[in-house]
Design a protein around this ligand. Structure first.
Ligand code: IPM
Ligand code: MG
Length: 408
């Protein structure tokens, strides 16, 4: 069922959520990413692995699953869902955070949708028994090296941002984070003692030239489909791995003469993101800087509860997950914002399966529910209708059903 397809080979519409320029002649030069092809208009069937995980994960996944099912059915798509344990839930059930069966099911499916992992209960576990270790094993196992994290300030949510309206309004940043390398995975790592007997912990930030090149290419192509600006973020004034990063990104720029490339040190980038976020279009950065900057970028939009992500490799299924965590403090209370996961489902349709119409239905429905004034606690401001996770989900479903989708 899965077939090699160029990601976004079709011209994209202007899109509010994952803003992209209308098609230019460059659209058809996207890096090849394997995804399930949309073949005939009526009989597409995909297998989706659902990994609800921990905390609010099961609540938000249940909403996103319903949205996928409904938007899919309206577009002639039939989904087979396989729900598998992962993270703390898997630890409790099987003793490991990523059971082999979960990984192999994910690898054999067309796309993977993850809720969230982690919680107080497992915080003090040994490293190999932490839920987070399972997530890293999953990313590595699926070889999803390119993590796209859009942060877009929606006009109706501008008041939810902690930044001044004039700073936040119109922000639309895409963080392209390298996901399977750098200090998260570098060797040597571990605990030891130094030469005077003190306890030490150490990690290694390491990138090979091919690892940098492949993420840089994805970033240049992403910038090309957006507003043509790419800012590469590093710490090349201090770190050798960043010096190589900058050298390779600079060398590749000659292949993308239409892209305006700039470089920024990460400390400055963190500052510029809150000073004047509108200066950024696409940001490319390593694993750890991307982890930090994407959380920062998310707050500009008002809530981390709104932001989806897509993780893609050269072949095989993509992994789609909200960028927020498992929020154990509100788990099981019907207070979570399911929209980041619903929007991750839209990214799954668009980037993972090439099903742009169904993706558009979901994106439109999210905007519609927000336009009608429904807000979960994290994005609620005076005068709006405060709802829980389930009710927000129901509103999204109603909107999917009723709204005539934008033509794609
Ligand atoms: C994220 C998370 C993860 C990361 C954790 C849970 C391992 O913070 O997806 O941003 O650091 O990548
Ligand atoms: Mg993070």
């Amino acid at each position: 069922m899965a077939a090699t397809l160029q990601i976004n080979v079709k011209p994209l519409n202007h899109q509010l959520l994952f803003n992209s320029k209308p098609c230019s002649r460059h659209c058809c030069r996207w890096a090849t990413i394997r995804c399930a092809a949309a073949t005939t208009p009526s009989t597409r069937r995909y297998t989706i692995t659902l990994l609800p995980g921990d905390g609010i994960g099961p609540e938000v996944i249940s909403v996103a699953k319903n949205a996928l099912q409904l938007a899919g059915s309206l577009e002639g798509i039939d989904f087979g869902f396989k729900e598998m344990p992962m993270g703390g839930a898997a630890l409790d059930l099987t003793g490991v955070p990523l059971p082999e069966e979960t990984l192999s099911t994910a690898q054999q499916s067309d796309a993977v949708l993850l809720g969230a992992i982690g919680g107080y209960k497992w915080d003090n576990n040994e490293k190999h028994l932490k839920p987070e270790t399972g997530l890293l094993q999953l990313r590595k196992g699926l070889k999803v090296f390119a993590n796209l994290r859009p942060a877009t300030v929606l006009p109706m949510l501008v008041e939810a941002s902690t930044l001044k309206k004039e700073v936040a309004e119109g922000v639309d940043v895409m963080v392209v984070r390298e996901l399977t390398g750098g200090i998260y995975f570098g060797q040597p790592r571990g605990f030891s003692t130094n030469d005077i007997g003190e306890e030490i912990g150490f990690n290694t930030e390491v990138y090979s030239a091919p690892e940098i090149d492949r993420i840089a290419r994805i970033a240049f192509e992403t910038a090309r489909k957006r507003h043509g600006k790419l800012c590469s973020v590093d710490k090349a004034n201090v770190l050798e791995a960043s010096m190589l990063w900058r050298k390779r990104v600079t060398a590749l720029a000659s292949e993308y003469p239409d892209i305006e490339l700039s470089h920024m040190y990460v400390d400055n980038a963190a500052m510029q993101l809150v000073r004047n976020p509108k200066q950024f279009d696409t940001i490319v950065t390593n694993n750890i800087f991307g982890d930090i900057l994407s959380d920062e970028a998310s707050m500009i939009t008002g809530s981390i509860g709104m932001l989806p992500s897509a993780s893609l490799g050269e072949s095989g299924p993509g992994l789609f997950e909200p960028i927020h965590g498992s929020a154990p403090d509100i788990a099981g209370q019907d207070k979570a914002n399911p929209l980041a996961t619903v929007l991750s489902a839209a990214m799954l349709l668009k980037y993972g399966l090439g099903e742009e119409k169904a993706a558009q239905r979901i994106e439109d429905a999210v905007l519609d529910a927000l336009n009608k004034g429904f807000r979960t606690g994290d994005i609620h401001t005076a005068g709006y209708n405060l709802v829980g996770c389930k009710e927000m989900g129901e509103e999204v479903l109603k909107s999917i059903e009723h709204k005539i989708p934008a033509a794609v």
